[in-house]
Design a protein around this ligand. Structure first.
Ligand code: A2P
Length: 331
């Protein structure tokens, strides 16, 4: 049994981490919840017991914690995660702070759990859109090899936390947005995170860089366009993938149907294709609309949908924790 901490326990992802830990019956001896001074002293009901929220301070270093799940933003992770992990605490960090650092495992269990090892106690949880995309791409990479990937994402407002959901609801009431620069209600915004000098947004750059790292394919051609859509929850990603060796559509479908973490939902004649409403509340990645691109050899289109707060963040983090404890002797 383990003492588990959730840092950022009052946030959208933090709350979902608590739910997933409970649903998965994670072997917890004590659950310790941390947030800012604003939330300290409030209580949260977990499994019929009320757990007090603690203020995150340096006192955490002396707290008896075995595993810490961080989702309180990059600067909080930068401040606390390295020292905790040096103390031997298994830290799984949902921020982007450490994802591209060499030596830090960036993990999607279905894809690259072999990169985990007991001595690497700081582990990064990838970007939400990247997680679902690499679950779909990894089985194709293994069987056929990949030469190029082009993503277009359709990302739900829950990816911006409660403030994203609030802006959607504000728009529905005819009010102005306070989080996004333009209304998200009745609109789509080709803009997620800040713009970089190369013309991509940071979200797009994350998808490109993290895909190469997770698939261990430093030379893979990857491009991305990330779009915020007026959907409350679950991201969709349209993926165009060029394979090294050609396949038939039936073969691609068979490989995906057999792969871990994927639900194949692809039967156009019965209008079977995944939508965000199918993925909400689940931890699988749904794939459909698989078809050949007639304009380019060895190239296929996939439509891939997943719950961005669960598989894209909280559930993936808890699954990493499960992998780590299965590597070490139970206490
Ligand atoms: P709090 O609710 O006390 O502000 P989200 O990404 O959904 O906005 O959630 C952010 C999470 O990070 C919340 O749990 C928030 O706690 C927490 N957080 C923000 N700033 C700090 C801080 N300085 N110290 C600890 N937790 C913080």
């Amino acid at each position: 049994m383990y003492n588990v901490a959730v840092v950022g326990a009052t946030g959208a992802v933090g709350q979902k981490m608590i739910d997933v830990l409970t649903e998965y019956e994670f072997p917890i001896s004590e659950l310790r919840l941390y947030a800012s001074a604003r939330s300290a002293g409030k209580t949260v009901e977990v499994n019929g017991q009320s757990v007090v929220i603690r203020e995150l301070t340096d006192a955490i270093y002396a707290d008896p914690i075995d595993i810490a799940l961080f989702s309180a933003g990059g600067s909080i992770s930068e401040q606390y995660a390295p020292r905790l992990s040096e103390q031997g605490v298994i830290v799984i960090d949902n921020s982007s702070a450490f994802r591209m650092q060499e030596g830090i495992p960036l993990i999607v269990p279905e894809v690259n759990r072999v990169e985990l090892s007991p001595e690497k106690t700081l582990i990064a949880n990838p970007n939400c859109s990247t997680i679902q995309s690499v679950v779909a791409l990894a089985p194709l990479a293994e069987v056929y090899g990949l030469t190029r990937v082009a993503y277009t994402s359709y990302q739900a407002v829950s990816g911006s936390g409660q403030k994203g959901i609030d802006d959607l609801e504000r728009g529905a009431r005819g009010e102005e947005p306070t989080n996004y620069p333009y209304p998200i209600y009745d609109n789509v915004l080709p803009h997620i995170d800040v713009f970089l000098e190369n013309g991509y947004t940071k979200e797009e750059q994350k998808m490109m860089d993290e895909t190469r790292k997770i698939l261990n394919a430093p030379n893979l051609g990857v491009t991305a366009t990330c779009v915020r859509v007026p959907v409350r929850n679950s991201h969709a990603v349209s993926i165009t993938v060029t394979l090294e060796r050609d396949a038939t559509v039936a073969e691609v479908k068979a490989v995906l149907a057999d792969a871990p973490g994927i639900v194949l939902m692809d039967n156009p004649s019965e209008l079977a294709y995944p939508t965000p409403l199918d993925a909400n509340g689940t931890d699988e990645v749904y794939v459909g609309r698989i078809r050949r691109d007639d304009s380019q050899s060895n190239t296929f289109h996939l439509w891939c949908v997943a719950d961005n707060v669960r598989k894209g963040a909280a559930a993936n983090a808890v699954q990493i924790a499960q992998c780590m404890i299965s590597q070490t002797a139970t206490k």
